[in-house]
Design a protein around this ligand. Structure first.
Ligand code: RP5
Length: 161
């Protein structure tokens, strides 16, 4: 089965956060592949990988990076596929650096930037599935089920005042 979602992270140190996206894609049994490739440390390898990805069946990229986070933007510069960015929380600036570098893209090269950290990683997976769900009925229905479950968990909560 070809992989439809590509998850790229700038460093192995991003994995703990990215795991949230991986878990969600696994839970909804959607095919994906994961790579560690850096906009700054392995720019040539990143470009080569992004350009080859559509031929393998990749339809959407998720990119996680922290600090001076060029990763999502650089991926977007090499593809017409949608790119979803996860800003990784950093020690020095709590991820504000990653957020601004991911979201403040110049006109013409969009990145769909999620929230900083784990919430952003989970939402990146959901957003990728929402994109794929436009043309894939199975994914659309899996997502609908997931959203129902999320709502059911909230509805079950009873607060004793
Ligand atoms: C970014 O630099 C990575 O995405 C990571 O969030 C950050 C720090 O990387 P390491 O020094 O931990 O490898 O490119």
């Amino acid at each position: 089965m070809s992989k439809t979602v590509s998850i790229i992270m700038g460093s192995q140190s991003d994995l703990e956060i990215v795991q949230e996206a991986i878990n969600l894609l696994k839970e909804l049994t959607v095919s994906f592949e994961v790579r560690v490739l850096s906009a700054h440390r392995t720019p040539k390898e990143l470009e080569k990988y992004v350009e080859a990805a559509p031929k393998k069946g990749i339809k959407v990229f998720i990119a996680a990076a922290g600090g001076s986070a060029a990763l999502a933007g650089v991926i977007a510069s090499h593809t017409t596929l949608p790119v979803i960015g996860i800003p990784i929380e950093t020690k020095s600036l709590k991820g504000l650096d990653s957020l601004l570098s991911t979201v403040q893209m110049p006109a013409g090269i969009p990145v769909a930037c999620m929230a900083i950290g784990k919430a952003g990683a989970k939402n990146a997976a959901i957003f990728a599935l929402e994109i794929l769900g436009i043309t894939d009925k199975k994914i659309k229905s899996k997502l609908a089920g997931y959203k129902k479950q999320t709502a059911a968990k909230i509805k079950k909560i009873k607060i004793k005042p």
